[in-house]
Structure formats: C-alpha cells, structure tokens
Design a protein around this ligand. Structure first.
Ligand code: ADP
Ligand code: ZN
Ligand code: ZN
Length: 742
C-alpha cells in the first residue's frame, strides 16, 4: 500500500529532531518520496516555502487528514550528507530496533547555543636551546603539565589546540602563562593552512615494506577501477597497519574524497593523533568523547563545510557529515567499544559497511586479533583478507612468551601473586634499568569462583559460562537461571582452596612495592585516570622513564609505544577467561596478544610471562604462540557447538522496571506470547532470566535470549514483540524494553 503522508523535520540543525510535521504526498510525487529526501513544504500561517527532510511515511496522519498540507516539491540536486545520514538512521531503526527519533539523535548532532570556535593551533616561538632551558626550569619546579607541553613542542612545533586540550589534557591554566611569556603563540587556523611547512618532522611517509605495499597496491587498483569493497587487514602488533592506512588515505583524498578513521578512545592518544597530523596537517580533525555536544557539532560543521577531509575519532565519528565519503577505516576492529551500549545498539563495523554501500565508499578493517565476526566474513569471501606477518620496524621482533602454571607455584608453597620466574625477571630488569608493564586483564567485576589447586572455575552445566557469586552465597547462571549454594570444596578435585577470584590493581601495587621497594611504580586503572588528565599523564610519565613498573588494566596495552619496556607480566590470565560471557575466550586471546605485543618494541629482547591456573586453555596456548588461525578454529568449534554468534545471531530482549512484580508478569507474558512463533520459526528461546546484575538503582532487569541463524527471522520476532507491547500496553506500563542483536 502506498504511504500517503510523510513526516518531515524542518531544518535539522535548529529544531529538535523529535518535532516532525505531517504532510500529504501528492500523487505525482509518490514514486520519488522516500526517507531522506529533501522537500519543499508550505509552512506556517503565510505558507512560505521551507525545506525539510522526510524522516518517515505513514498511512494515517495524526490529525484531521483534510487539514494536512501537501508537499510542494522536491529539492533537486545532489544528495546531501544529511539525506544520507537520515537514510542511515532509518536503516539503524529497522536493523537494531529503536524509534526513528533515537536513530536520528544517533546520526545527527544537535546544535547547541555556543559560539563556534575557530580551529586554533599552538605554535612554538622560541629556538631550541631556549626551549631546553625553559623545559629544565619547569622540571625543576615540577610543573608536570608544562613539561609535557614543552616536550611535545620539541617534536611538533605546531600542535592543534584541540589536541592540547583533548588528548594532552592541558588546561587553560597551563597554556595561558606559556603564551604570556612569549614561548608559544595561539594562532587561528588560517596560519595553519600550510600543513607541509608547519607540521613538523614526520611529514614524509615511511617507505613501506613489501607486505605493506602489496596491500596498498591492491587497494589502490580496486579504488581506481571504481571497485568498492570491505577489506580486513589482519596484521600482528607493530606490523605497520597505521602506515598502511595513511597511504590509503593519501590516495583517497588526492581524488578529492573524504575519509573517516575510527580508533577506540583508549588508543586515541597524543602519539597516535600526532602521527595523522604530522602527515595530513590541518585537513584532519579529531573528536573524542570529552568534547561537549557543541564542540562536536562544530567539528561536524567543519566537515560539512568541506574544511577537512579526514575525521578521526571513536564510534560516533562514523556519522561525520561527509558528502564525498570515499573510505572508512576501523582500527582495532575487534574492540568492544565499537558496539553502542545505548539504543539503537548498533555495531560500528556493520554501520560502516552500510554507510559505505550507500555512498559508494570502501571500508578497511584492521586488527592483530580480528573479531570472529569479521574473520568469518573474510573467510567466506565477503571481505577481502590481507595478512601482515612481520614487524615493520627494522630490529623489532616479537617477544618470547612463557606460560607459568600457578597451580604448580601453590603446590611448591609460593602463595604470592608473583611466580618465581616473574620475580626473578622483574629483579633482572630493575637492575638493567629497563621498564616493566604488569597487566591484569580484568573486565568489570569478576565475581566467579575458582579453585587454586586445580584451576577449575565453577560453571553452569547447561551453558558453559561461569556461575556468578551472589550476596546470598549462591552461585547463579545468568544465561539460564540455574543456581546452587556456594560449595565449600572444589567440585572437580575436592580442594578446599576455592574462592571468589578477584585481585585488584591497587592490591597488586601494594604487593609490588613490598616485594620491590627500590622500584618506582605507577598504577593506571579507572581510579587513577578518572581525574582529568589522568590517562595521558600516567602514560607520558611512564614513557619519560619516571617509573620502572606500570601496573594496569587493559587500558595500558594500547596507543603508546614504550621502547624501554622489555618485560610484560600478565598476572592472572584467567580473570578475563571466566567472565560470564560467551566471548570470554575471545577477549582473553585479544588481551593477551595485545599485552604480549607491548614487549620488545626495539632491538632489545622482550619477554612476556603469562601466569595462569589454566595453562592448557586454548586461548592462552594460542595467544602465547601468537597463533590467531589456531585460536580461530578452536573458538569457532565452541561457537558452533553452543550456537553462539557468529554462527547464530543472538537477539537479546531486555526488560527493566522499578516494580519487580510487574516485570516478572510482563516477562512471563511476553515469553508465553513468543513461544509458538519461536517454535514454528526454529528459534531457540532461553529465559526470561535475571540480568547479570539483576538490580541497578532499584531497577530490576530480566532478559530473554533468542537464537537463530537468520537475522530476518529474528527481526520478524522483534516486530511481533513490538506489536504485543502496543496491544497489551497495560501490562507494559512502566516497563522499558530494549533490543540487542549480536
Ligand atoms: P600497527 O598499527 O600495526 O601496530 P604501526 O603502523 O604503528 O603498526 O607501526 C609500528 C611501528 O613501526 C611504528 O613506529 C611505525 O612508525 C613503524 N613502521 C611502520 N611501517 C614502517 C616501515 N615500512 N618502515 C619503517 N618503520 C615502519
Ligand atoms: Zn579443584
Ligand atoms: Zn546456565
């Protein structure tokens, strides 16, 4: 049936996106009106013509159909970035389940009433000897932030202000006196227009090695031939993926096209962004989550206006309004941060492929440890696969990895968190004045119970995920609801040494200081980085050699090069293995591989020690051997057996409410309603079960899991859940239902 009315938003930069107006679609335009089209409409009392975007179409108008005005015409001309993004929003809504409003808010930054900021740069004004003198003076006075600025200026005499206040976390209070003393100038963009002259020493590209060049050649040939594809670069840490991206970018922008580069926030450090500035100068802009909505809007305005060709940022940079988009790059493609945790819960990889399709662009994914999703697609031929097997830098080679069995340590009477081998190596590196990273791969709270004698964690007999210890001393499965009282001995070996397994970074710091009182120790975790400037400050202090040992969670493994690190210790590899999540082994493999990649970045020999209670576990064995293919094979066998993604699509329906009774009732009714359809469509349904944290802020949450190979079938089920909610609105009063596909 034809849709007779269109919902239109007028001037998206000013109106709230949820303010839509209904217009009648005249018969002669029926074929040409669709979501995203820019139309002319009579508006207001005088019926002056204004422009607006179609964001939805319907058979029934909200009010009196006779009074509804008609669309006057279509604005001819090329399709704008806004139109594309609105079409993309429609796809997000359909694909992931959300309202059009939520989808529009995801793709369109809303204008804030702020004065637009000019793009500014900090430029060094004094000669090098003087810079060294003032640096020394600042060091003496322990002006840490100022020292950081001076050292950065030494490498890059021009630093974009957004990087100084963003990645470098310098406050105005640090920058102002330096300007007043005449050491640096704050200049507006105009002067920064000549990037090649200004951007410092690293402007010239490196000479790519054979492996790198081969990838770039294929990409460029395809690009020239007008072939647009999705490529996956599987390249070991340090294989030079970033240099490959930059070469591709340079090719694409030389044709007047634009590029989006996604880098996870945690890897978007000063070092990383300056590599791009060094090469592309002011054609680059960067966004990060610390920007206010207004600042983000300004960056997007610049992109829209054609002032920049390259936007770098985390997930949300995907929606940069480029109308001549030629390439989207997603670095560290496997990172969990690419999945949105708010509705619509999209995955950046999928949206990038969709957006690229709409705008005739290519997509390049890169990772040392590709997600199972991406690698599977590459093996099936949906993505084109490239591999980089060697480290790019001359002299740099992969570290030696040793796996230490903590059960043996306990047997031999060593109850410390450091194995004897690790203790000995730490001592050795401290003596040689080399640096050490100590890494604990904990994600969130690891509330599982495991045995220190045999290494087994207590798992659900039905789901193969660990049981979670609750306050009432019961172990509960969050996938199926199975529960048992906390046992007092290990179900596998009978040992009494079973406990809630959770060591924090703070405790490790304490124990390190106790065992190695001579060592200077830095700690990086959520506590120490939450204050402004924390993240960059700690990393640069360590890079400057202000400490011997850096202790941290996974946030220490990315984005910075530490050439003096020759030892990486992973204290308890099992911590990420036993989180109640079917991706636990994949995360463990990724974290261990990344951590191992930190050691041996230059000619000196690097060592990695992985301590574990499960030395035989395939994720640990394969990470130690840097053997991705082997890991992939074994992990896929498990996913196939359990019908987990990417073998099946997992559709999660989360219901939340302040009233537990109402929630239980609604969840049960919904499950009962879906069951016949699920049976008929061969959809496996589990639940409703309690969410892994059942109650947050007095809101209770229940989950229904649905598994099927075919995404479309699950979308049909989602649509009938939507209908059921509308029909039975009395049951769903006060209950929030959210969807997630993975
Ligand atoms: P990845 O992104 O794969 O981890 P990078 O692109 O960061 O790798 O490269 C790792 C290091 O090797 C960087 O210091 C980079 O400058 C250097 N490098 C990359 N390619 C080359 C090359 N062809 N010749 C010399 N050095 C290179
Ligand atoms: Zn045991
Ligand atoms: Zn279970």
């Amino acid at each position: 049936m034809t849709k007779r009315f269109a919902q239109i938003i007028i001037d998206i930069s000013h109106e709230k996106v949820d303010r839509t107006f209904d217009y009648r679609i005249p018969p002669q335009l029926e074929d040409r009106i669709s979501v995203g089209v820019l139309v002319k409409i009579p508006f207001g009392k005088g019926n002056s013509l204004r422009k607006g975007y179609v964001v939805g179409m319907t058979d029934h108008a909200d009010y009196d159909a006779d009074k509804i005005k008609e669309i006057a015409g279509i604005v001819e001309g090329s399709v704008s970035a806004e139109s594309q993004l609105i079409m993309l929003a429609w796809w997000l809504k359909e694909q992931y389940g959300s309202t059009m409003n939520q989808a529009l808010k995801t793709v369109l930054p809303v204008k804030q009433k702020v004065k637009p900021k000019e793009k500014k740069v900090l430029r060094l004004l004094i000669p090098e000897e003087q810079l060294e003198a003032v640096t020394a003076e600042a060091e003496k006075k322990s002006y840490k932030a100022r020292v950081r600025l001076f050292k950065a200026l030494k490498e890059n005499p021009v630093i974009p202000y957004e990087v100084a206040s963003g990645q470098m976390n310098l406050s105005a209070a640090t920058i102002k006196p330096v300007i007043e003393k005449g050491y640096v100038a704050l200049e507006s963009e105009e002067i920064f227009r000549n990037p090649v002259k200004d951007a410092g020493g690293r402007v010239k590209a490196v000479d790519l090695n054979g492996e790198q060049q081969a990838v770039v050649d294929v990409f460029c040939e395809d690009y020239e031939a007008g072939k647009r594809e999705t490529y996956l670069i599987h390249g070991i840490t340090g294989s030079g993926k970033t240099e490959v991206y930059m070469e591709m970018i340079s090719r694409v922008i030389s044709e007047g096209m634009q590029v989006i580069v996604l880098i996870p926030e945690i890897a978007l450090t000063y070092q990383t962004v300056m590599r791009f500035y060094g090469r592309f100068g002011n054609r680059v802009s960067i966004i990060n989550s610390r920007l206010s909505a207004g600042e983000r809007y300004d960056q997007f305005e610049r992109a829209r206006g054609g002032d920049i060709d390259i936007m770098i940022g985390p997930r949300s940079a995907l929606f940069t309004p480029f109308s001549r988009l030629g390439l989207i790059i997603i670095d560290e493609e496997h990172e969990g941060a690419y999945k949105s945790e708010v509705v619509p819960r999209y995955h950046a990889r999928e949206v990038a492929v969709k957006r690229a399709q709409m705008q005739n662009a290519s997509v390049v994914l890169g990772s040392a440890t590709p997600s199972l999703e991406a690698y599977t697609k590459a093996l099936r031929g949906e993505y084109r696969l490239f591999s980089l097997h060697t480290r790019a830098k001359a002299d740099s080679r992969l570290a030696d990895v040793a796996v230490v069995d903590l059960r043996e340590e306990l047997k031999d009477g060593n109850k410390s968190i450091f194995s004897r081998q690790l203790q000995q190596m730490i001592g050795d590196r401290l003596e040689k004045k080399e640096q050490i990273m100590m890494f604990i791969n904990r994600r969130g709270y690891a509330n599982f119970v495991s045995c220190r004698s045999c290494g087994e964690a207590i798992k659900c007999p039905h789901c193969d995920v660990t049981l979670t210890l609750h306050k009432d001393n019961r172990l509960v499965c969050h996938y199926c609801g199975y529960s048992i009282p906390m046992p007092d001995q290990c179900p596998s070996c009978g040992s009494p040494y079973i406990a809630n397994f959770g060591v924090g970074t703070q405790k490790i710091e304490m124990m390190t200081k106790k065992m190695f009182p001579q060592a200077r120790v830095l700690r990086m975790d959520l506590d120490t980085t939450s204050k402004k400037g924390g993240h960059e400050e700690i990393l640069s202090a360590f890079a400057e050699g202000e400490a011997d040992i850096l202790i941290g969670t996974q946030m220490i493994v990315k984005g910075h090069d530490f050439p003096d690190v020759t030892l990486v210790g992973v204290l308890a590899a099992d911590l990420s293995l036993y989180t109640p999540d079917y991706r636990a082994a994949e995360r463990t493999f990724q974290l261990l591989t990344q951590a191992a990649g930190r050691a041996g970045r230059d000619a000196r020999h690097g060592d990695v020690i992985i301590q574990t209670y499960n030395p035989e576990h395939y994720s640990i064995v394969t990470a130690a051997g840097q053997d991705y293919e082997n890991f992939y094979r074994q992990e896929m066998a498990y996913r196939r057996l359990m019908k987990y993604p990417p073998v099946n699509v997992l559709f999660t329906v989360q219901m939340a409410s302040k009233s537990e009774a109402a929630l239980v009732e609604a969840a049960d009714r919904l499950a009962a309603h879906i069951t016949p359809q699920a049976d008929e469509e061969k959809v496996q349904m589990i639940g409703p079960v309690d969410a892994s944290v059942y109650k947050i802020n007095d809101i209770y949450r229940k989950i229904l899991y649905l598994k099927q190979e075919n995404y479309d079938i699950l979308i049909k089920i989602r649509d009938s859940i939507d209908c059921f909610q509308q029909e039975k609105s009395e049951i769903f009063k006060g209950i929030v239902v959210q969807y997630d596909f993975s």
